[in-house]
Write a protein that binds this ligand. Structure first.
Ligand SMILES: Cc1cc2nc3c(=O)[nH]c(=O)nc-3n(C[C@H](O)[C@H](O)[C@H](O)COP(=O)(O)O)c2cc1C
Length: 208
């Protein structure tokens, strides 16, 4: 029989010890499912020997979800681009504004600054498809930051146009960077994009 004694503080010690053990086990159970992913992220970045930046713009969250997934796999630094003036909440108004900006070559100001950008080897660049190409805030980012000599891995979420002409536009804005084949995920499939993201990363030799 388990011997118990009371130390006068309400709970007897063996019961407290048991609860402590149970709590530790419970916490371990909570954390365990994430350990392989954390380990994978550490090894992918470490094994590749590259300094990685995952930078993206997302107005309604789809591209952010894919960026988060990529970051979970590859590690490195994760940065969300932010515009100085937010786009309208209304979808149609945003499409009209974006069309005007695209046609006039307007670059909406962004707040985003990357400390020590020169130190990164590889940039995962995320954008929604806007009028068949990267969103205008992403154009601003590429105009303001020199990615010469870096490898750019573009990823895009979309409503049917996949990558559109984004690759050519990224190459035009970053003529001295190496632009890899991009990943296109329909906005409706971001929640189930884990396998596609992993396959894309493996296709470029990332150890995930
Ligand atoms: C201004 C604007 C223009 C868009 N143009 C296109 C387009 O040309 N082709 C397309 O497939 N989807 C287009 N879409 C849909 C978005 O690409 C899609 O909803 C995307 O997943 C949104 O990403 P986010 O949630 O990260 O902002 C457009 C959306 C907006 C707001």
């Amino acid at each position: 029989m388990l011997k118990t004694y009371n130390d006068g503080k309400g709970l007897d010690s063996s019961r407290r010890a048991f609860l402590k053990l149970a709590a530790t086990g419970f916490l371990a159970g909570l954390v365990a499912p994430f350990l392989p992913r954390l380990a994978a992220a550490q090894t992918a970045a470490a094994k590749s020997g590259k300094k990685i930046l995952v930078v993206y713009y997302s107005r309604t969250g789809n591209t952010r979800e894919v960026a988060d997934r990529i970051h979970q796999f590859v590690g490195g630094d994760l940065v969300a681009m932010e515009t100085v003036n937010p786009y309208p909440g209304d979808y149609r108004e945003t499409t009209r504004q974006a069309k005007r900006e695209l046609e006039s070559g307007y670059r909406p100001p962004i707040k985003t600054k990357i400390p020590d950008l020169a130190s990164y080897d590889m940039v995962f660049l995320g954008s929604p498809n806007w009028w068949g190409t990267i969103a205008m805030p992403v154009m601003t980012f590429l105009s303001e930051n020199d990615l010469s000599g870096k490898t750019i891995a573009p990823f895009m979420t979309h409503g049917g146009s996949a990558l559109g002409r984004s690759r050519a536009d990224i190459e035009g804005l970053c003529p001295k960077a190496t632009v890899l084949d991009g990943l296109a995920i329909p906005g409706t499939s971001v929640k189930t994009s884990q396998q596609d993201v992993a396959a894309w990363l493996r296709s470029m030799g990332m150890p995930v």
